[in-house]
Design a protein. Structure first.
Length: 123
């Protein structure tokens, strides 16, 4: 039996924290909530009628549940905190500045051809 290393669990926690942060940055929480909403709607509508009707009502967009409306409101453009604090002209300017960043150019000196040096003339 191998002894457990304390650093291994910390590495695992750190990896999961990075994955969670990336998922939140990409907005996958809204995808997850929308999936939960669709599942709940599918269950609710299937109790009232057939499965085909439940699927139709769930995905037609005419029968949204409160969770679907909350996700739609949260995902709509213009809901970020920075856009609420700045006037519209500044928001466009900041977005443009972020999109047009300068790429650094690295210049490496040319390598001189390597000269082999013989230590021994007879070699």
């Amino acid at each position: 039996m191998q002894p457990t290393r304390p650093g291994l669990s910390l590495q695992r926690i750190a990896r999961w924290a990075v994955v969670l942060a990336l998922c939140l940055c990409l907005g996958l929480q809204w995808v997850l909530l929308q999936g939960v909403a669709w599942t709940g709607m599918l269950i609710q509508f299937s109790q009232q009628g057939s499965i085909a009707e439940a699927v139709s009502k769930t995905f037609d967009g005419e029968h949204p549940c409160p969770l679907c409306m909350a996700v739609k409101k949260a995902v709509e453009p213009g809901n970020s905190d920075t856009e609420k604090q700045l006037p519209p002209s500044k928001v466009k300017e900041i977005k443009l500045m972020l999109a047009m960043c300068q790429v650094p150019i690295f210049a490496f000196p040319a390598r001189l051809p390597h000269r082999w040096q013989a230590w021994n003339e007879s070699a």
